[in-house]
Design a protein. Structure first.
Length: 102
């Protein structure tokens, strides 16, 4: 969910990752990912729908988090002004993922 008051933007890329964060002191492992173009032409609260399939199996750890990035400048890097998740979010059906300016 893009918060109300966020400035309008043209074409951007929404990336949502399901990350396995079960190993302490190790980088998160991406288990599923969604990527798609989004547009925003108003300043009201906005929902950007996505769908991730949660994998199962012995190689998937017990701690999964959802991370989102609205990439306004491109390059698949977080820049000042991009929108990102700022809290650990365990996956759940029909969840709402909020993003805040970086």
């Amino acid at each position: 969910m893009v918060p109300a008051g966020t400035p309008a933007f043209g074409r951007a890329v929404l990336r949502v990752r399901l990350e396995d964060v079960s190993l302490a002191d190790a980088p998160a492992v991406t288990r599923a990912e969604y990527s798609g173009e989004v547009f925003r032409d108003d300043t009201g609260e906005q929902h950007l729908p996505f769908h991730l399939d949660v994998p199962a199996g012995p190689d998937v750890g017990g701690t999964l988090n959802v991370a989102a990035h609205v990439d306004l400048r491109g390059g698949n890097r977080v820049h000042r002004g991009d929108l990102v998740t700022t809290a650990a979010l365990p996956p759940s059906p029909h969840m709402v993922v909020s993003v805040e300016p970086a």
